[in-house]
Design a protein around this ligand. Structure first.
Ligand code: SF4
Ligand code: SF4
Length: 344
């Protein structure tokens, strides 16, 4: 029997710090969510990066630090940041596009870096490279193999969109062959480039919606996740739709998440990142609360559709019946489901 999914509830008291240490990147993925007009173009100086890590550290409290960019390995002091975060008590992850600049594997270790995540949006170059760039699949998988061989715990992130959902099932064989034991499936969000392009992408000049329908998502993702788990891979994917019996919770109210950008903006909700409504900011290395119409004002609104930011930003994703009643509620984008491999 194939294993089944469980919902991963928000863990009270657990702190997740998503730290964008720069916005520069060597790639220009079609669906890039980075928005330099909103997030700045700064590469944080080493000393600032260190002070901001310390600002969010809570020794004794379960805490995760995820280093992001842009491409975080372009930062010459990433290895230093990893070591500092570890010393401050964080579990440390780096999310990379796979290029691993500045000899990252030589400059850090599996003891300091708990997870090294590689982004792949297809099981081969024919699917991945039209989305992420020519030659990217080759570089990413070569470096992934090097990381596995060096003993790093490696995971893969796959962003599901209309361009690659039909190829998701072939990832299972690839991940098993690469020796990857952790797989994160994400859903394309309307942030950054997809939002600026009106949710339309143009593969081969033909216009297509980026987003997949609820039927496509539910018809493909849970089944592929089950198959991956059966192949020994621990899979995590967004919940997206809540069953009638499930309680809606907004992570902005019940979880301790921080999305930090190099211009000092600190968001509590990733869906808000294209807008200057961040709840917090860092000024002179202090964390300050913003006043006015900030994202946290929205978190308390209780609506039939579930997530209020989804309703505001992507209302077309919500199906309604003939009486205008939403057919399903949209969960918090940070609520996940997971399937663990069966015990053998
Ligand atoms: S690797 Fe990440 S930051 Fe770079 S272009 Fe792609 S999505 Fe954007
Ligand atoms: S995605 Fe929706 S539910 Fe989750 S933190 Fe943002 S506003 Fe709240």
């Amino acid at each position: 029997m194939l294993p089944s999914a469980t919902t991963v509830g928000f863990v009270p008291g657990e702190r997740n710090v998503f730290f964008h240490i720069l916005t520069a990147c060597n790639l220009s993925c079609r669906h890039c969510y980075i928005n330099p007009d909103q997030h700045g173009r700064t590469t944080l100086p080493r000393a600032t990066m260190e002070r901001w890590i310390e600002l969010f550290a809570r020794p004794g409290q379960p805490s995760n630090m995820i280093f992001l960019g842009g491409e975080p390995t372009l930062h010459p002091d990433l290895a230093h940041g990893i070591a500092r975060a570890k010393a401050c008590g964080f579990n440390v992850t780096v999310d990379s596009n796979g290029y691993l600049f500045h000899d990252l594997l030589d400059r850090t270790s599996p003891e300091l870096l708990d997870y090294l995540s590689f982004s792949l949006d297809g099981p081969d170059a024919a699917v991945n490279d039209p989305i992420r760039g020519k030659g990217v699949f080759e570089v990413c998988t070569v470096n992934l193999r090097r990381a596995v061989a060096r003993g790093f715990a490696v995971s893969v992130i796959y962003t599901v969109s209309a361009l690659n959902i039909d190829h998701l099932e072939r990832m299972v064989e690839l991940l098993a062959e690469l020796g990857v034991r952790r797989f994160f499936i994400q859903v394309i969000g309307l942030r950054g480039k997809p939002a600026q392009d009106g949710a339309i992408c143009k593969p081969g000049g033909e216009e297509t919606q980026w987003q997949v329908s609820p039927d496509q998502w539910l018809g493909v993702v849970p089944e592929v996740a089950r198959q991956a788990a059966n192949a020994g891979i621990h899979v995590t994917y967004p919940k997206v739709f809540l069953d009638r019996s499930e309680t809606f919770e907004c992570a902005g109210l019940v979880a301790d998440n921080f999305f930090i950008f190099p211009n000092g903006r600190v968001y509590r909700c990733p869906l808000c990142e294209d807008y200057p409504i961040h709840a917090l900011r860092i000024e002179e290395d202090r964390l300050l609360v913003n006043k006015g119409l900030t994202e946290d004002r929205f978190f308390t609104l209780n609506i039939a559709e579930g997530c209020v930011m989804n309703k505001l930003l992507q209302p077309h994703t919500i199906p309604y019946d003939a009486h205008g009643i939403p057919q399903s509620r949209i969960s918090c984008c940070l609520l996940k489901q997971e399937i663990r491999p069966p015990l053998r």
